[in-house]
Design a protein around this ligand. Structure first.
Ligand code: C2E
Ligand code: CA
Ligand code: CA
Ligand code: CA
Length: 415
């Protein structure tokens, strides 16, 4: 089945828009996780998958004036109606069409899409504007957890502009040394002595001041800038460990590693062991913090990298534990050393019996499997006390100390 290409799409849209009686709607769909599938199974099956998706979309021909593939894993459906309810129904149909699994060689593959919807005349009067609007809406659908659709709104245009501006600044931030690492102490619950620290990145933006990692890490992940940033984090953390060791402070240092750093074809993670050795450090002093999503959706390559790192002696911590779906048994199998109980559970323990019960259960189960527990976001003495009683091993939070620059950490350790 041959779908229209981008040029044909634009020509078609132009004609349809010029006819001022015509209502136009477009659905831009981008396959979720296509790149991962393509990387794992290879181009041959990747192409086969795209062909299958195309042939399923063809079945919507009767309600579309054009179906096109605009490159990569993106498709555009053009409709002759701009009614939101009708467009929603079409989007639902697309999602349903993609549901049945696709067999690729020996594998059964599940695919979904994120769909952005724009319509004329409201969202634009040219093919360029409409496609851009649909693309921004598609981005929103991705943000909202994929396998869904979103309508364009003017607010998205502002967001996209803000994002572009931030991205432009982010591209120069590494070369202009605008990143620094802060360190938040992690204490042993029993005596509140500092035994570990977590490295947390900060961006000193020349005009905006400190920008939160929650704002720029996702952007860095989408644009692959995370690789350079990740290397900065690792080498800075190494230098800090060297400095601390020389002062006689033998802490274990946690760094956050983004899933994107694991899934890249050529990951710098492969060289970390060597880099450490060159600097006279041992892997045991390092904790790699990863999130549940990485574990549960791990590609073979990611799994293998995790295994290699743990075999090399790196400790592994599962961040934000309890917010996803990982089973403790699986964590054990992956040679995890620590789970970090997410702040949202810690927040509630002093007031909600449920949250306390959940924390207690998580700690008990973790211990039975030989895992240690770090509770995050401890802000009060009561929370500390309750977690101590529940048998929690380590604590991190403003109650003990906020993230701080290296020199402040050294001062704190010296007192
Ligand atoms: P995270 O890994 O869960 O880090 C813990 C966050 O909780 C940090 O926010 C920390 O400052 C904050 N926090 C710690 N104790 C308390 C407390 O008692 N109360 C409150 N309200 N907050 C507390 P931060 O530094 O803003 O980082 C946010 C997230 O950004 C991190 O969540 C992590 O996912 C990501 N991030 C931070 N640094 C890095 C990094 O170097 N690399 C990567 N890939 N991600 C990072
Ligand atoms: Ca995609
Ligand atoms: Ca973390
Ligand atoms: Ca966390």
């Amino acid at each position: 089945t041959e779908l229209a290409n981008r040029i044909e799409l634009k020509r078609h849209l132009k004609c349809q828009l010029e006819d001022d009686q015509a209502n136009v709607g477009i659905l831009l769909l981008d396959l979720d996780h296509f790149k991962d599938i393509n990387d794992t199974l290879g181009h041959y099956y990747g192409d086969q998958l795209l062909t299958e998706v195309a042939s399923r979309l063809i079945s919507l021909q009767s309600e579309c004036s054009l179906i096109s593939r605009i490159g990569g894993d993106e498709f555009v459906l053009v409709t002759t109606y701009n009614d939101c309810e009708q467009l929603s129904k079409t989007a639902e149909k697309v999602l349903q069409l993609l549901k049945p699994s696709i067999s690729l060689g020996q594998e059964q593959c599940h695919i979904s899409a994120s769909i952005g919807i724009a319509h004329a005349p409201r969202d634009g009067d040219s093919s360029e504007l409409l496609l851009k609007a649909a693309d921004q809406a598609m981005y929103q659908a991705k943000q909202h957890g994929r396998n869904g659709f979103a309508f364009f709104s003017a607010h998205m245009r502002e967001q996209a502009e803000h994002r572009m501006a931030l991205l432009k600044d982010l591209r120069v931030a590494l070369t202009q040394q605008q990143f620094i690492l802060y360190y938040q102490p992690i204490v042993a619950m029993k005596d509140q002595s500092i035994v570990k620290a977590e490295a947390l990145i900060r961006w000193r933006h020349p005009e905006k001041g400190i920008v939160s990692p929650a704002l720029f890490i996702p952007l860095a992940e989408e644009t692959q800038l995370i690789h350079g940033i990740g290397e900065f984090i690792f080498s800075t953390a190494c230098d800090t460990l060297c400095a601390l060791n020389q002062l006689g402070h033998h802490l274990q240092l946690s760094i956050n590693v983004s899933p994107v750093q694991f899934t890249a074809k050529h990951s710098a993670l492969n060289d970390w062991h060597q880099q450490l050795t060159n600097k006279g450090l041992t892997t045991e002093q390092f904790v790699i913090e990863i999130t549940e999503g990485l574990m549960m959706n791990a590609l073979p390559r990611t799994q293998q990298r995790l295994t290699t790192l743990t075999k090399q002696g790196f400790a592994l911590a599962l961040d934000d534990f309890g917010t996803g779906y990982s089973s403790l048994a699986y964590l054990k199998q992956m040679d995890t050393d620590f789970i970090k109980i997410d702040k949202r559970f810690v927040d509630g323990i002093a007031h909600t019996a449920d949250d306390l019960a959940l924390c207690e259960a998580m700690i008990m189960m973790a211990h039975q499997l030989g895992l240690k527990v770090i509770a995050e976001g401890i802000e009060t003495a009561t929370q500390h006390q309750l977690l101590l009683q529940a048998g929690c091993d380590f604590g991190q939070g403003f109650y003990y100390a906020k993230p701080m620059p290296k020199d402040e950490l050294v001062n704190l350790l010296n007192t």
